[in-house]
Design a protein. Structure first.
Ligand code: SAM
Length: 253
């Protein structure tokens, strides 16, 4: 539920940004090369780029530095506060919006050349709704490029390197507990299978141009998450932790 996710990011943003120190650049996630290397979007100069679930906007700022006209949406006040300060520090102009990426109500139909997202869609309960919105705002011939946690990643225990969850357990995942300071937390994510993601994109009328499972056996530049939390080098040697989709609205539109 979006309310739980918003609360999590309001409480976690400051800690998360300080812990990860994400550099400016278009990253895809743990164990993955960045856009400089993968070149999935080509030149964005002069193009309209929308980032959904922008967080600290390190990717959006990079797009703006490349000459794109950038809009960025996030649900969290704290993440947007951090993002706006960082954009100011980097002297770039970005249209920031606070909102739910299942709706994209601030964005006109057929207005964007590229919609991009890194590690945000795993928090969305209704992906079909979100994908349909992305399709609505994309121009004909536009691109939708996004990354999420690779569905295999959650199946393995990062310390014991043993299977801990069934790949087939999809849907809502909740981690609730108490922090060392006594406050309680609730972290919510939504699990998918690879075919589930693929078929949801098809249902939203996207053509899938490429699925990437970056080789995480070596450390890539622009991967501040390497070694943090569940992204242990031992686990990254065995399975990909990031999956990337590159899609286009189905032709004929
Ligand atoms: C892991 S962070 C990733 C941020 C950024 N894309 C990056 O790679 O650094 C996930 C972000 O998604 C945002 N988010 C999650 N669900 C959302 C929703 N339904 N609408 C808008 N933003 C959402 C969170 O507030 C958070 O900033």
């Amino acid at each position: 539920m979006t309310k739980e996710t918003k609360k999590w990011w309001e409480e976690t943003s400051a800690w998360y940004q300080a812990e990860c120190k994400i550099p400016i650049g278009v990253h895809y996630g743990p164990g993955s090369p960045d856009e400089d290397k993968l070149k999935l979007m080509g030149s964005v100069k002069g193009k309209k780029v929308l980032e959904i679930g922008c967080g600290g906007a390190q990717c959006s700022i990079s797009f703006a530095k490349m000459g794109a006209k950038v809009s960025a949406i996030d649900i969290s006040t704290e993440q947007l506060k951090f993002a706006k300060k960082l954009a100011e520090k980097n002297r770039v102009k970005i249209g920031f919006y606070q909102g739910d990426i299942r709706k994209l109500k601030q964005i006109r139909s057929n207005s964007q050349d590229v919609v991009f997202s890194a590690f945000a869609l795993l928090y969305v309960d209704d992906l079909l709704k979100c994908f349909k919105e992305v399709r609505r705002v994309l121009k004909k011939g536009g691109l939708f490029v996004f990354s999420v946690d690779h569905p295999f990643h959650r199946t393995l225990d990062s310390k014991k390197l043993k299977l801990k969850n069934s790949y087939f357990d999809t849907g809502k995942y909740v981690d609730a507990g108490v922090r060392p300071d006594g406050s309680s937390y609730k972290f919510v994510m939504y699990y998918h299978t690879v075919s589930g993601l693929y078929n949801t994109l098809k249902k939203a009328d996207f053509e899938i141009e490429a699925i990437l499972e970056p080789d995480s056996r070596k450390r890539h530049k622009m991967d501040p998450w390497y070694g943090l939390w569940d992204y242990s080098p031992r686990l990254l040697k065995l399975i990909p932790s990031t999956i990337i989709f590159k899609c286009k609205p189905r032709s004929g539109r």
